[in-house]
Design a protein around this ligand. Sequence first.
Ligand SMILES: Cc1cc2nc3c(=O)[nH]c(=O)nc-3n(C[C@H](O)[C@H](O)[C@H](O)COP(=O)(O)O)c2cc1C
Length: 329
Amino acid sequence: MRIGRLTMERGALLAPLCGITTGPFRRICRRLGASLVFSETISADGLYQMNRRTIALARFAPEERPIGVQVFGCDPERIAVAARIVEDLVQPDLIDLNFGCPVPKFVKNDKGAALLKDPPRIGRIVRAAVRAVSVPVTAKIRAGWDERTVRAAEIARVVEAEGGALLTVHARTRAQAYGGEANWNWVADAVRAVSIPVVGNGDIADAETAERRIAETGCAAVMIGRASIGNPWIFREVRHRLLHGVDAPAPSPEERLRMIREHLALHIEDRGLFTGIREFRRHLSSYVRALPGSAAFRSWANAVESREELEAGLETFFSRLSPGAAHGS
Ligand SMILES: Cc1cc2nc3c(=O)[nH]c(=O)nc-3n(C[C@H](O)[C@H](O)[C@H](O)COP(=O)(O)O)c2cc1C
């Protein structure tokens, strides 16, 4: 897939997930085959004011490339300045604009999904960003505000006309929040409307579904969010299926344990021991969720503050999995 000058490997994209897709998780997902990763959404206003904590959210390590930094805001001029600041400070591979966040804090300030009601404004924002930077500018939308105002195709045309290099469609409306099912007909509508790559997003939880969605809609790739939390191997599985047409072997318990320890180490390196361990709990719960005995382990792990204790507990938890599972069968 080509995004402006950028060529990307086949595979799935890691969705921007606020509080989740920080550097350590992005590194793990890239290593396991995510073809592109994104920062969480970052306030254009915060960047404009050169807020230190906001700017920190845009930073990434070289091995995370290719990476898109996602920005949200509603004022074209502020977005342009923010995009230029991001380009100057961190030189991402692309800058993505958020037109889909459903949370009230965003929409009541005319940001995120609120902009779905105003495609011309989306156009002005995309144009301002495209003019401001030399990296490709992409956009991520929901299909519409609600069922009666689905505008995926119309917004796709606006994004393309203003120079956007790629569009991701989360196949839900704002009114749906995260409920119901994603309606991939809306992704197909956007694909038919434009010639820039369209990425489909919503409820992909396995490689077979990813392959089917691409075949059904003609989208250039799929983006995966929630299903990657605790299962970053999904990126390897999608990539393998797209390249070879068959399923990749599932990760063995040994590999799971190794990756969990590596992910923990990256968190601690990135955030320090105290915060690193706390922030890692969200991931750890998801890593073990489907495994036998996980409920007791999770409540124990959520109270542990020492790295050594946590690592020892992990070893014990994984060594107690059934002998078959322990050998990856
Ligand atoms: C906890 C959480 C945080 C999210 N943060 C962002 C974000 O910062 N920017 C964005 O564009 N979408 C965000 N999303 C939406 C996801 O990127 C994605 O569009 C959505 O979860 C649907 O994909 P999925 O079914 O694969 O999870 C978030 C979703 C969740 C659940």
